[in-house]
Structures are given as structure tokens and as C-alpha cells.
Design a protein around this ligand. Structure first.
Ligand SMILES: [Fe+2]
Ligand SMILES: [Fe+2]
Length: 200
């Protein structure tokens, strides 16, 4: 399962990000909660915009439910630990990753689905890499997320290929993977779940 993810991504999460995550345990959970919420929202937006594909509707509906379930699990842990859910700025990652999404159809749909695949793959890779460093409860929780996030990656990639029909999208996939690599390895200003390397 992790093999496909690691083969897809162009680089591993830098060790320095793991260290930042361990220094910011509250922000890790707050931003993780935000990521689950946004992942559900992205899937719901696709359901509203593309009603003519039953496979897409089905997969995105299930995905949205699973992300909201993950959201409930994160906020339950936050509540148990007495972590206040404060409003925090988003990391630059998703906005920067989405910048080259084309504005005309079906390219817009294809690119949005590719971005979904990249985000799911990176999230999955981070959960796996971070898990061994966390306390027992979080370790168990993060490892339990791997399976669904890996399937979300496969679903997004499969839907992107389907939307492209006979067109080869490997160059377009590479474009977004290169952006992901740049964003996660570059220096970043604040620690977030998808941030780059934070120096402080
Ligand atoms: Fe999730
Ligand atoms: Fe996901």
C-alpha cells in the first residue's frame, strides 16, 4: 500500500518536518482537523459541479463521509487532551499546488482530480512517517488512517485517468508532483500539516 504511494511521490517528507511536528503537537492536531474538513469540502464541491458521472458521485460522496469521520476522530482527541480549536491560517501548500489548474473543461476536472491524488498521497506518506514518533493513541490513530487515505489517492488518480479518456496525463501528473516536491522540501514560514521545512 505504502509502496504505491512512495513510488508515486517524488520525495519523502524531510526529517526536519518530523521534528517540527513533534515540537508543535497542538498545531499538528488543529491543522490536521482543518485538512480533514477541507478534504470533505473538496469532495462535496466536485459532487455539486460534476453530476453526470455516477462513479465520481459515489466515490466522492464516500470520501467526504470518511473525511468527516476523520475530522470527528481528530476533534475527539483534541477535546480529550484539552486542546482548544483556534482559527489558524492555512499552509501555503494547497493554494500553491492548485495554481496551475487549468480553467477550461475537461482540463479543470482532470487537474483538480490530480491535485486530490497528490494531496492524499502526501498526507498518507506523512501519517506513515510520523506515526512511529507519536504516543500510542496518536500512533494507532494515524496508522488507522493510512488505508482510507491510500484508497482516496487511488480513487482520485483513477477518476483523473477516466476523465482524460484516451489522453495521456503523465506530464500533467508530473507537473503537480514537481510542485509538491518543491513545497514540502523548501523552507516555510510556519509549521502546518502540509508545510515545508520550518527553521526556528
Ligand atoms: Fe482523511
Ligand atoms: Fe483522504
Amino acid at each position: 500500500m505504502m509502496e504505491a504511494i512512495n513510488k508515486f511521490l517524488l520525495c519523502e517528507t524531510p526529517q526536519a518536518w518530523i521534528e517540527s511536528a513533534l515540537q508543535h503537537p497542538e498545531m499538528l492536531l488543529i491543522d490536521h482537523a482543518n485538512c480533514e474538513k477541507k478534504a470533505a469540502n473538496t469532495a462535496l464541491n466536485l459532487i455539486h459541479r460534476y453530476v453526470n458521472d455516477f462513479e465520481l458521485l459515489n466515490k466522492m460522496s464516500r470520501l467526504a463521509r470518511e473525511e468527516l469521520r476523520h475530522f470527528e476522530q481528530v476533534i475527539a482527541i483534541m477535546e480529550q487532551r484539552g486542546i482548544a480549536y483556534t482559527q489558524e491560517t492555512a499552509s501555503r501548500y494547497a493554494a500553491e499546488l492548485r495554481k496551475p489548474v487549468r480553467t477550461f473543461e475537461p482540463a479543470k476536472l482532470i487537474d483538480t482530480l490530480i491535485v486530490g491524488a497528490v494531496i492524499e498521497a502526501r498526507s498518507c506518506e506523512r501519517f506513515a512517517k510520523l506515526a512511529p514518533h507519536l504516543d500510542e493513541q496518536l500512533q494507532k490513530f494515524y496508522l488507522s488512517l493510512l488505508k482510507s487515505e491510500a484508497r482516496h489517492f487511488e480513487d482520485y488518480l483513477g477518476l483523473a485517468k477516466k476523465a482524460a479518456g484516451d489522453d495521456d496525463i503523465s506530464t500533467q501528473i508530473l507537473l503537480f508532483l514537481e510542485r509538491d516536491k518543491t513545497l514540502v522540501t523548501a523552507e516555510d514560514s510556519a509549521f502546518r500539516f502540509h508545510s515545508g521545512v520550518v527553521l526556528n
